[in-house]
Design a protein around this ligand. Structure first.
Ligand code: AKB
Length: 321
């Protein structure tokens, strides 16, 4: 039986991943951890929660030993826009935290899931159908930390045999938890405005096309990869995974079909626009599809319908994948 630790469990991915893993493996088997945000009621009541700062290696090692952990989903990280505002802190948390996690994995024999991002690509990467293996020269501190993280995970796999697996997530959209500090956050904020009957002012321009994914698909991607047959995996740094791509104008039109009074305007934030402009429009995820049967379930229409319904009712009662 797996004993799992999730770092950054109170964040956007962790809030849903914790509940999905507990539903799959049992509440006591999945230890959620976080540094700042309080766990929500569902997380508190469904299994153990510990306060943990991933930059404290001794505390991390202690939690892993105490709970007999054999698999870590390491989600604690600063997102792109916050990282750009605090680059030194971003390096300390994103890279220092990952190195600590990798060391504990090496010392205590744990497998590791590490989420990389479209941010690991840069302006010189082919933006359309971005290949699995291609030029990666990110220009943001977030992207540099994600690319370095991919390489460090691959190194720990080759050098020490740590079972590291990862994906490059696109922008993630969730009804349950706000993202907090990313460049793709507009794609979540817009739904909250629409459901509240308010107009939305977008910080990216109308034509900024980015890869996106609905959270239930992201959760399935993480769990499927960790359960995949190791012999079939050729990419130990990170698999491209995607589900859809759209611009703010296209997303607003899709919402408008279901919320006829909804309107969008634009007030471009130059920092986040520059970050978005450096990222791919659409990744080629055929390698993930081939090697571990990755397949998204939600396209733009299905995601919009589900998001609006989830936000209009009780989001805490949503189905898990
Ligand atoms: C962000 O915008 O920083 C993240 C990401 C795409 O990695 N959502």
């Amino acid at each position: 039986m797996q004993r799992i630790l999730i770092t950054g469990a109170t964040g956007q991915i962790g809030s849903e991943l914790t509940l999905a893993l507990r539903a799959r493996y049992g509440g006591d088997q999945v230890v959620a951890s976080g540094r700042k945000r309080l766990p929500n009621t569902a997380m508190k009541e469904s299994g153990p929660f510990v306060y943990l700062d991933v930059t404290d290696q001794a505390a991390l090692a202690q939690v892993v030993a105490d709970f007999h952990i054999d698999t870590i989903y390491h989600l604690a990280a600063l997102l792109s826009a916050v990282a750009e505002a605090k680059p030194q802190l971003a390096w300390q948390v994103n890279m220092g935290g990952l190195l600590n996690v990798l060391e504990v994995c090496r010392q205590q024999g744990c497998a590791l899931f590490f989420p990389s991002s479209i941010g690991a690509f840069g302006p010189t990467t082919p933006p359309d159908h971005t290949p699995q293996v291609t030029l990666q020269h990110p220009t943001t501190i977030y992207g540099i930390s994600k690319l370095s993280g991919e390489l460090l995970c691959a190194y720990y796999y080759q050098r020490f045999g740590v079972d590291c697996r990862g994906v490059r997530f696109p922008g993630l959209i969730s009804a349950l938890t706000a993202p907090g500090g990313g460049t793709t956050d507009y794609a979540v904020e817009i739904f909250h405005a629409a459901v509240a009957g308010q107009p939305y002012c977008c910080f990216l321009g109308p034509d900024s096309r980015l890869d996106m994914m609905y959270m239930p698909d992201a959760i399935r991607a993480a769990i499927s990869l960790m359960e995949a047959d190791a012999d079939r995996l050729t990419q130990r740094n990170a698999y491209n995974v995607t589900a859809m791509n759209f611009t703010p104008a296209e997303l607003a039109r899709a919402i408008h079909k279901e919320v006829p009074g909804f309107t969008i305007s634009y007030n471009i934030d130059p920092v986040r626009q520059a970050i978005a402009d450096s990222w791919p429009h659409s990744m080629d995820d055929s390698v993930a599809r081939r090697e571990w049967e990755w397949q998204p379930h939600y396209d733009l229409t299905a995601m919009v319908t589900d998001m609006l319904a989830a936000l209009a009712t009780d989001t805490t009662g949503r189905k898990t994948p």
